[in-house]
Design a protein around this ligand. Structure first.
Ligand SMILES: NC(=O)c1ccc[n+]([C@@H]2O[C@H](COP(=O)([O-])OP(=O)(O)OC[C@H]3O[C@@H](n4cnc5c(N)ncnc54)[C@H](O)[C@@H]3O)[C@@H](O)[C@H]2O)c1
Length: 382
């Protein structure tokens, strides 16, 4: 007989939708899972909108106060899909109530908040995961397999970009729905915590710990109207950030993120160069992994474009037939499936809170380095 995991989802925006879609798809595409997702309750502050959301995505009930959701006996796992300033309070309360936690990234606004979260979660011993979903794009998972097989040889360089262009207008406000990312109080930081956190998580997963960083940040628009006060206020987030670093394995890293790269909506790219071979990946062509191997015969040597859709490639046996692609939403379905699987195997579903805290250490030192114009050790323990 299959078991049930009763989900309480908090936050019904962009991520609320990707996660709800994931839970709904599990039964269809991962029929071997022994635990079934039950969409027990959705929570958002506005009654009408949370009720509409619950109807649309199949939740049995609604709450407008997350504390009430956590207090319910019929909730096993709390899924945190709210802005960053709420993660710590909700996660800590959930852990104390003995609930499993699936938390959106970044783990927290600051390292201190993240450390407190990890302390409480570890003490409570509850299952947890943080949605750094790009690890579960099949082409990125394949990159991990290739790197771990040693095919690249000694690694020299890791390069990543995450470029957007949606905040160039000075009329974009800070705070409020959708634009809370520009309010340092709600977000903690700008592109560093929002976008580079993804790049850092993938980088350390693929290439090991980041030892030290040297960064620069810029806030191009210094004042914006705040949604709450309706007045112009100082902008506290970083609009752009560039940092370089040393990895523990001796390789050099170069990272750039901005919301001011006109023409780019969500261009996440990564490249890793080793002694024998290189790999590169681009979110805009996410089903492909490019691979160059210097050991190939010179007559056929060149960049290969691997279409990651065969049944023996990561996760792809669950989907269509070779040659047919999947999309962004599938990375969340894969993470949900891995979380459910981890309940059967009693193994962690990475990245856990503890893993995500390492990314938080890098983010904190990136901002600190930029503010002090100096190199900073990250203290990462990978
Ligand atoms: N993994 C990813 O790729 C990815 C992508 C986007 C966002 N995120 C993360 O997901 C989180 C949410 O981002 P989003 O883009 O979904 O934001 P969003 O603005 O689209 O949605 C946030 C939702 O939370 C609700 N909310 C806010 N405060 C609340 C409270 N106190 N109680 C209940 N509901 C509350 C809002 O009403 C809204 O429904 C953030 O931490 C963000 O960094 C991750």
């Amino acid at each position: 007989m299959s078991k049930e995991l009763r989900i309480g989802l908090i936050g019904c925006g962009f991520m609320g939708r990707t996660h709800s879609n994931a839970y709904n798809r599990l039964q269809n595409f991962f029929p071997d899972l022994k635990t079934k997702a039950v969409l027990k309750a959705a929570c958002a502050r506005n009654k009408d909108s949370v009720e509409a959301f619950a109807k649309q995505w199949g939740y049995e009930s609604t709450e407008t106060d997350w504390k009430k959701l956590i207090a319910r006996d019929d909730i096993d796992a709390v899924d945190i899909c709210t802005p960053n300033d709420t993660h710590a309070e909700i996660a800590i309360a959930s852990a104390k109530a003995g609930k499993m936690i699936l938390c959106e990234k970044p783990l927290s606004r600051t390292l201190a908040e993240g450390e407190e979260m990890v302390k409480v979660i570890e003490k409570a011993g509850v299952k947890n995961t943080v949605w750094y979903n790009y690890r579960r794009v099949p082409a990125v998972t394949l990159a991990k397999k290739i790197i771990d097989s040693g095919k690249l040889g000694k690694i020299f360089h890791y390069r990543a970009n995450f470029l957007q262009d949606w905040t160039i207008s000075p009329d974009v406000p800070q705070g409020g729905a959708g634009t809370w990312r520009l309010d340092v109080g709600a977000a903690g930081s700008g592109v560093t915590g929002d976008l580079l956190a993804h790049c850092i998580d993938t980088a350390m997963w693929l290439n090991g710990g980041i030892k030290d960083v040297s960064a620069m940040t810029e806030t191009f628009i210094k004042e914006r109207v705040h949604h709450d006060s309706r007045k112009k206020q100082k902008v506290g987030i970083d609009d752009a950030c560039i940092f370089h670093c040393h990895f523990d394995n001796g390789s050099l890293g170069l990272f750039e993120s901005t919301r001011y790269a006109r023409g780019h909506k969500a261009l996440y790219t990564l490249e890793i160069n080793g002694e024998h071979a290189s790999i590169r990946w681009d979110l805009h062509d996410m089903n492909r992994l490019e691979y160059f191997d210097h050991r190939d015969e010179s007559v056929v040597r060149g960049w290969r474009s691997i279409h990651v859709t065969d049944g023996d490639q990561p996760y792809m046996d669950k989907w269509w037939v070779p040659g047919l692609i999947i999309g962004y939403e599938h990375s969340f379905i894969h993470q949900a499936a891995d979380f459910f699987k981890s309940l059967e195997t009693n193994k962690p579903c990475n990245p856990t809170f503890k893993d995500a805290l390492q990314t938080q250490k890098v983010c904190e030192m990136v901002i600190e380095s930029a503010n002090t114009r100096s190199w900073k050790d990250t203290g990462v323990d990978w």
